[in-house]
Design a protein around this ligand. Structure first.
Ligand SMILES: Cc1cc2nc3c(=O)[nH]c(=O)nc-3n(C[C@H](O)[C@H](O)[C@H](O)COP(=O)(O)OP(=O)(O)OC[C@H]3O[C@@H](n4cnc5c(N)ncnc54)[C@H](O)[C@@H]3O)c2cc1C
Length: 476
């Protein structure tokens, strides 16, 4: 369905929406208040679009009524979490109604016997762990935006993050969902079960569906015992190749699975050092690995990081290892990684943010190709990311002397080269930030026609009027 087939919000629809959520939970006709809902964290304003109305429901029944109304009146709907997304997923590109989940922010139940928690979608992800700390439990999802993003947005994007080497991504912990489907029906999938093959695995289908298959209104998460201790090592290498060449060997070479293996190249580190006014001695390192360990015994953690340090010392090009074995030094090194995305965003308005993923052992090839691209086009390429997961966040930043026209002419050529290379490594377009509408024109580089047809068939059968976050992931 194209945008001109959607109807505009009229007085009747507004009246009905007011009846459903109450006038205090509705924003309409107020540009200043609507504007924050027109964008996410994608810096380029060309990916923004104003909603006609924002509603802030408090229950799944209210959401169901809104969805039924939108279906009847052919009005597009965009579910929205915290708006920290990096692919334009929460942007209402055809206008219509934004359903903000911000009022649905409660912990519904902690089930300590089963080690499970049931939450509403609008709770800030980090608050779940703050709540769980006193019970010595934790939820192991850990996007770097943990202090702002909502758990519903994490499910919709299948968020990854800084603990995935050891703990995996969001999908490993979501075992039950209540979903308002595109026809307005409220359906429960999964439950408090650690195994369940009673029909298709609908919970996993919903993961990374980016708000296109339904709106999550209740989420059941599996919990783990909270590890008592953590330590980190910051490893400096003389070249990017030497840094990333070690990544996939760490686990096989030591038999130890760290919590995370994060990578930052020199360009990225210089930017974040300036941004944070940091002064750790870098010894001219070109590539850096930040490796974390956790567990219940400080001695065991020390044994683990010592074994990894010994292993890395035998690898080519290691310059220095700093150990952070207390909270303040750990926070200091992680601050570098956590603040990188923001530090890089302010660098230039002509920049593209990529989220490519390759098989973990191919990360060195992707990194070497970036160096080639950077030299060929004289680009600044701050690169960082979850190297242990094969997932790199790559910023392609235009040189200062490139004007808008040159940038717009060359960027597609550079992306074309990068995507083809990534695909040939067995890689994909996005590891965790999603496709949204920002990346959808490139999805057919990575998915075959038959693969895309299956996705479209699922979408069309669940949402025949194409009202649920239309124009995201692919066009119908
Ligand atoms: C500084 C920074 C660091 C980041 N680091 C990471 C990282 O380490 N790992 C990572 O994976 N991501 C990261 N992100 C990206 C982003 O935080 C995640 O994608 C996050 O999961 C989005 O959550 P949100 O609540 O902000 O969702 P939004 O941006 O509001 O929405 C994202 C998508 O989810 C859909 N959606 C939201 N709520 C629901 C719901 N209840 N039901 C159905 N659909 C819904 C929306 O329609 C949209 O398509 C980072 C972003 C920033 C700005």
């Amino acid at each position: 369905m194209s945008c001109n087939k959607y109807n505009k919000i009229d007085k009747d629809v507004l009246k009905r929406l007011k009846e459903i959520v109450g006038h205090q939970n509705l924003i309409f006709d107020n540009e200043e208040k609507l504007e924050p809902y027109s964008k996410d964290e994608v810096p380029d304003s060309k990916y923004s679009h104003m909603p006609e109305v924002v509603v802030k429901p408090s229950t799944s029944v209210e959401i169901s009524s809104i969805v039924k109304l939108a279906n009847k009146r052919k009005i597009p709907l965009t579910p929205r979490g915290a708006g920290s997304g990096l692919s334009g997923g929460a942007v209402p590109i055809y206008g219509g109604i934004v359903i903000s989940l911000e009022n649905m922010n409660k912990i519904i139940e902690l089930d300590r016997k089963n080690m499970m928690i049931t939450v509403e979608p609008g709770i800030v992800s980090n608050e779940i762990n703050e709540y769980l700390r006193e019970y010595n439990l934790f939820y192991a999802g850990y996007p770097m935006s943990m202090e702002t993003c909502f758990i519903g947005g994490n499910v919709a994007e299948n968020a990854g993050g800084g603990k995935a080497v050891k703990y995996g991504v969001t999908s490993r912990y979501v075992i039950g969902l209540e979903v308002v489907m595109p026809n307005g029906e409220i359906v429960e999938y999964g439950g408090k079960l650690l195994k369940d093959v009673t029909g298709y695995n609908m919970v996993q289908l919903m993961l990374a569906s980016e708000g296109t298959l339904g709106i999550f209104t209740k989420i059941i998460l599996k919990l783990l015992p909270l590890p008592k201790y953590q330590a980190d090592i910051l490893c400096l290498f003389d070249s990017t190749d030497n840094a990333v060449n070690s990544v996939h060997k760490i686990i096989t070479g030591t038999g130890i699975t760290p919590v995370s293996i994060e990578y930052m190249n020199k360009c990225a580190l210089e930017i974040v050092f300036k941004y944070l006014n940091e002064s750790i001695q870098l010894h001219n390192a070109e590539g850096t690995l930040l490796i974390s360990f956790d567990g219940n015994s400080p001695d065991r953690i020390e044994e683990d990081y010592t074994a990894v340090c010994n292993f890395l010392e035998k690898q080519k090009g290691l310059l220095e290892i700093y150990v952070a074995d207390n909270l303040s030094t750990s926070e200091r090194v992680w601050k570098l990684r956590i603040n990188l995305a923001e530090a890089v965003s302010v660098l230039s308005k002509h920049q593209a943010a990529e989220d490519l993923v390759v098989p973990p052992a191919a990360i060195n090839k992707l990194s070497a190709f970036l160096n080639k691209l950077s030299a060929k086009y004289c680009l600044k390429v701050p690169c960082y990311g979850h190297a242990g997961d094969g997932n790199l966040h790559i910023r392609i930043v235009a040189p200062e002397d490139w004007g808008k026209n040159k940038w717009e002419e060359l960027l597609p050529i550079i992306q074309d080269e990068l995507y083809r290379y990534t695909y040939n490594l067995g890689g994909r377009l996005s590891g965790e930030h999603g496709i949204g509408h920002k990346r959808k024109k490139y999805i057919d580089y990575f998915l075959s026609e038959s693969h895309l047809n299956v996705l479209k068939t699922i979408k069309k059968s669940l949402d025949p009027n194409n009202i649920m976050n239309p124009g995201k992931i692919f066009d119908i």
